[in-house]
Design a protein around this ligand. Structure first.
Ligand code: FES
Ligand code: FES
Length: 167
């Protein structure tokens, strides 16, 4: 029997030590906000926090967690950084299909927790492991900056007019 602290709640679980945390969260505990993408630590969709640090839950054996506490997307809004990030995500209207967004928000909240006013380089370094097939990267960056500063970010359009088009 294994004991796991998830979102402030203790769970006694009868699962194999080598079961990935992602499976435990989704299939055993029933927290389905954390997503399965690649299963091999390459996409970031499964990101959760372990003692506040972002980790890939698809490759983390549950037996390796010990006493460390787990926070998932279901509870990140209760932390100051998570609350700011989620609010900015809504205001900037980041989400498209949504599949990658739990992982994006968890990585962004961890960044804001350790670096309250991140530079572009900080954002790139923290977010580079989170893939978005819908290409929401520009809005993600804007939302992180808005969460950090409290000031609305102006989104630059990436689409330029076709050559010869009237202004
Ligand atoms: S599902 Fe874990 S990194 Fe892709
Ligand atoms: S919003 Fe669709 S994959 Fe990121």
């Amino acid at each position: 029997m294994l004991s796991l602290s998830v979102n402030g709640q203790s769970h006694a679980l009868d699962v194999p030590d080598d079961m990935p945390l992602l499976w435990v969260l989704r299939d055993v505990i029933g927290l389905t906000g954390t997503k399965f993408g690649c299963g091999v630590a390459q996409c970031g969709a499964c990101t959760v926090h372990l003692d506040g640090q972002p980790v890939r839950s698809c490759v983390l054996p549950v037996g390796a967690i010990g006493n460390r506490t787990i926070t998932t997307i279901e509870a990140i809004g209760a932390t100051p950084a998570g609350q700011k990030i989620q609010q900015a995500w809504l205001e900037v209207d980041v989400v498209q299909c949504g599949y990658c967004q739990s992982g994006q928000i968890m990585s962004a909240a961890a960044l804001l927790q350790r670096t309250p006013n991140p530079s572009d380089a900080d954002i790139d370094a923290a977010m580079s492991g989170n893939i978005c097939r819908c290409g929401t990267y520009v809005r993600i960056r804007a939302a992180i900056k808005q969460a950090a500063t409290g000031t609305p970010e102006i989104l630059q359009t990436l689409v330029s007019a076709p050559q010869g088009a009237a202004p």
